[in-house]
Design a protein around this ligand. Structure first.
Ligand SMILES: O=C(CO)COP(=O)(O)O
Length: 222
């Protein structure tokens, strides 16, 4: 398998803003280098350019809108995150849901701009629907476990397995990530052993006193 992928979503946690985004990006860069894992971060839009400018790790947007340049006040263009240095983007995170039509349009415009696409889903049926849109990744995150401190790997490994099977049946070229409550190397290992290529996570790293130690633990069993 390719290097495992750990994507840290900074959301709007206060701890993840400004210089703390630097703190997490710096920790991610160190742990990625020593472990060989790919560790990316998804900071606030306003931090995309500083993060992509200062660090070698891949940087992702948390969202894009299904729009083209023009009159769309308060929206975010795929072109804007690309020019801010994003490698890719989350689409349809549980905290930023889109219609299926808009998810499709976002995947299309991201592909055209060579942005990697991580389409988030909430169950195996939506994972199958997302896979049909041919994103780079489908990220299965049961909403009830997000931010709960209870790991999907331990509480509901079946949803990971069913999503991996659903995605493979539709399009075996689409990679699967899993997330919700991921906090240790053991959680990551279970997810990878179930056929995913890595994890999408937030609070265990963003709220940590020592994000470098948490990241080191996350990749320790791979
Ligand atoms: O929503 C998530 C990542 O996008 C998961 O969040 P937690 O890791 O805080 O559960």
């Amino acid at each position: 398998m390719d290097s495992p992928f750990v994507l840290v979503n900074l959301k709007t946690y206060q701890e993840g803003m400004g210089s703390n985004a630097h703190r997490i990006a710096a920790a991610a860069e160190i742990v990625a280098k020593e472990s060989g894992a790919v560790i990316g971060i998804a900071p606030a839009f306003t931090e995309l350019h500083p993060m992509s400018h200062h660090y070698a790790i891949p940087v992702y947007a948390q969202h894009i809108d299904a729009i083209t340049p023009g009159a769309h006040t308060g929206h975010i263009l795929p072109e804007a995150v690309r020019s801010a240095g994003a490698r890719g983007t989350l689409i349809n995170h549980s905290e930023r849901r889109l219609t299926l039509a808009d998810i499709g349009a976002c995947v299309e415009s991201a592909r055209r701009l060579h942005l990697e696409t991580v389409v988030c889903t909430n169950n195996d049926a939506t994972s199958a629907a997302a896979a049909a849109l041919r994103p780079d990744y489908v990220a299965i995150e049961p909403p009830e476990l997000i931010g709960s401190g209870v790991s999907v790997s331990k509480a509901d490994p079946g949803i990971i397995e069913r999503s991996v099977n659903a995605v493979r049946a539709v399009n075996p070229d689409v990679n699967v990530l899993t997330g919700a409550g991921i906090q240790s190397g053991e959680c990551v290992k279970i997810a990878v052993d179930l056929g995913t290529c890595g994890v999408l996570l937030a609070s265990s790293v963003v709220k940590a006193d020592d994000p470098e130690a948490v990241l080191r633990d996350l990749v320790s069993l791979l």
